[in-house]
Design a protein around this ligand. Structure first.
Ligand SMILES: [Zn+2]
Length: 346
């Protein structure tokens, strides 16, 4: 039986609990309620984990910023930017989210579990080295990668970001590094404004940032095309030692923020492609929750991902055939290909 680990904790529900915010505790509540059902819980393991300390968090964040966030602890409300606020327990929740991400990385790399999903909040991919941004405090996925590189000795980590928004924080953390290949699909133009195809990395990192800025309205087949074509080609050449997904469900067709048309089948299929690439490269696999603001779309998308991870696919043979045999022309992907061609055989 596949051992799929879920990192969950009720402390994640305390962040901004009593405030009316799009990135609400209800997002995790609906997922946790589903996972609390005994017949579903039985399919997963729920490892214990602890909050990360500053010595871990500073692998990706400046000490002055860590202190700024630590100072919000116990304060009922602090506004960090127009979108990003903290409540009394936000700092503790953020440190625990990082603890989940690095524990997941350690466990999947050690082979203690087959794969892992950190169902945490606050999310992370907008968080910069020195500031909070876009509902994000610490960058959980970036910290999992930093931990894998600096503490576990890995040299090639692939971060795939399918959130609606560009993961500016993750991109910037590794912009001049070839230790992380950052591959992002995102609606464009859209918040936060970064993520043009021409942003490819710099210095040693040139070619190791791949942005696919997409128009709104793309569906499962479009994402399947990008994953089967561009992403698979690059991943095979990179041979990652760890794959981390920044899993945002705001590309779901019902999401109030996004204009994408992805369904549960699309999330399942993207997960399936990544799991197959992971198996082919001998790479461990983990995911960190990012956005997703339609509660049903979020819950169902997460469950579709989790069911792929634990080997109980919800995809029919017909759907798999459709997504595998067919493709659609995507102008934005061709733009990215023409830029990435300088660095990869495409
Ligand atoms: Zn998002």
């Amino acid at each position: 039986m596949t051992k799929t680990a879920i990192f969950s904790n009720n402390l994640f529900l305390e962040h901004m609990k009593n405030f009316d915010h799009l990135e609400s505790a209800s997002r995790l509540r609906v997922i946790y309620d589903e996972l609390d059902k005994p017949e579903i819980a039985a399919g997963f393991i729920f490892p214990a984990f602890q909050a990360a300390g500053a010595e871990i968090i500073k692998l990706n964040h400046q000490p002055a910023y860590i202190k700024q966030l630590a100072d919000t602890a116990g304060q009922s409300f602090v506004s960090l930017d127009a979108d990003t606020q903290t409540s009394a327990q936000s700092y503790d929740a953020a440190c625990l989210a990082v603890g989940a991400a690095v524990t997941a990385a350690r466990m999947v790399v050690a082979g203690e579990v087959d794969n892992a999903f950190c169902l945490v909040r606050p999310p992370g991919h907008h968080a910069e080295v020195d500031k909070a941004m876009g509902f994000c405090l610490f960058n959980n996925a970036a910290l999992a990668a930093q931990f894998a590189i600096h503490e576990l000795g890995l040299q090639r980590v692939l971060i795939v970001d399918w959130d609606l928004h560009h993961g500016n924080g993750t991109q910037h953390s590794f912009y001049d590094s070839d230790n992380v290949l950052y591959f992002s699909t995102h609606q464009y133009p859209c918040y936060p404004g970064s993520g043009a195809a021409a942003e490819v990395g710099s210095g040693r990192g040139a070619g190791y940032t791949i942005n696919v800025p997409l128009p709104a309205g793309l569906d499962d087949l479009a994402f399947a095309t990008i994953y089967n074509d561009l992403l698979s080609a690059v991943a095979r050449q990179y041979q990652p030692e760890l794959i981390i997904v920044s899993a945002g469900y705001d590309i779901h067709r019902d999401d109030p923020l996004g204009g994408m048309m992805v369904t549960e089948a699309g999330f399942a299929y993207m997960t399936k492609i990544l799991l197959e690439l992971a198996a082919e490269c001998g790479s461990p696999f983990m995911a960190c929750l990012e956005g997703g603001y339609d509660l049903n779309g979020l819950k169902n998308g997460v469950m579709a991902t989790l069911n792929e991870m634990r080997g109980y696919s919800t995809l029919t043979d017909k759907t798999i055939m459709n997504f595998t045999m067919n493709s659609m022309p995507i102008m934005a992907m061709e733009e990215t290909r023409s830029v990435a061609k300088k660095f990869w055989k495409l």
